[in-house]
Write a protein that binds this ligand. Structure first.
Ligand code: NDP
Length: 283
């Protein structure tokens, strides 16, 4: 039976470390990390995420500011707030909660953020520098996945890593990060010809497809380390990942649960990115 990688505990450890670092930074420089969150519209899931991010900021001793707009707000209004926040010395991170309503271009909004304050790591500047190996910020979910692997002590260098999913927020940036850490990386998607054959080669398997329990035990090899990014709500309300947890855990050496695996890491890494931005500002 696999060792369970406890994302909830690891995320709390990261948050505690951030909190201590905030105290040190404040004592030394007087700087308090500040995060501005922009929320447009009334999407219930987005509202919950924003509330969770603000609570995490408060717990860590950050300054947290929320900017709320109705769903029909002008794009120009959001761009103007971002321009103000770019120049605001109290704010080190700017986060625009996605998705945005259809009349607002997410690309234009993200590109308006100062890359040094782009704590989500979505700005083309940061993505471009991820490609060349030296980004200022990296996307929070893939960064959280690396942290989980590192803290589980299972290693990355030289490993055969397979990622199922090639989205811009998980699969693609994660592939670059794992490559930078010297894994041999394969990225799968819906056109992958023989998925079980590819996943069966993985020593490190990351499932980020958004398909409930699609990774079954016949698709993995003994001793694989499995990171399950998927969050899928079934008709009966149950939350499951992309991995059939019970049966895959029988073959894996390590596995993350859903919930309580990758999910809690995303906010922890958002705090870490904001702290890093504040530290960089202090130098
Ligand atoms: P997207 O829908 O943007 O991308 C899904 C990817 O998976 C696509 O590349 C798609 O391939 C691929 N895929 C889908 N079905 C299959 C299949 N049957 N076989 C092979 N590949 C497949 O999803 P996201 O990356 O945004 O999210 C993925 C999952 O991770 C979701 O469940 C989401 O909720 C979760 N998530 C969790 C986060 C967290 O904090 N824990 C954060 C972000 C996401 P193709 O490109 O060919 O269409």
């Amino acid at each position: 039976m696999a060792i369970i990688i406890d994302g909830k505990k690891i995320a709390q450890d990261v948050r505690n470390e951030v909190k201590e670092e905030v105290l040190r930074l404040k004592a030394k420089t007087g700087i308090v990390p500040g995060l501005a969150v922009i929320l447009v519209g009334e999407d219930p899931a987005s509202k919950i995420y924003v509330r969770m991010k603000e609570a995490a900021c408060e717990e860590a001793g950050f300054l947290s500011r929320e900017y709320k707009f109705p769903a029909d707000v002008d794009e120009g209004k959001i761009l103007s707030i971002i321009s103000d926040l770019n120049r605001d010395d109290e704010i080190h991170g700017i986060l625009v909660q996605l998705p945005l309503p259809g009349h607002i271009s997410s690309d234009s909004i993200i590109e308006a953020i100062d890359p040094r304050k782009d704590v989500d790591g979505f700005h083309p500047y940061n993505i471009g520098h991820l490609f060349t190996g030296n980004p200022f910020h990296m996307a929070c979910t893939p960064l959280g996945i690396l942290e989980l692997i590192d803290r589980s002590g299972t290693g990355i260098e030289g490993k055969e890593a397979v990622i199922v999913g090639r989205s811009n927020i998980v699969g693609k940036p994660l592939a670059l990060m794992l490559l930078a850490r010297h894994a041999t990386v394969t990225v799968c998607h819906t056109r992958t010809r023989d998925l079980p054959e590819v996943t069966g080669r993985a020593e490190l398997l990351i499932a980020a497809a958004g398909r409930p329990e699609m990774i079954t035990k016949d698709m993995v090899r003994d001793g694989v380390v499995v990171i399950d990014v998927g969050i899928n709500r079934l008709d009966d309300g149950k939350l499951v990942g992309d991995v059939a947890f019970q049966e895959v855990a029988e073959k894996a050496s390590h596995i993350t649960p859903v919930p309580g695996g990758v999910g809690p890491m995303t906010i922890a890494m958002l705090l870490k990115n904001t702290l890093n931005a504040a530290v960089a500002r202090s130098k």
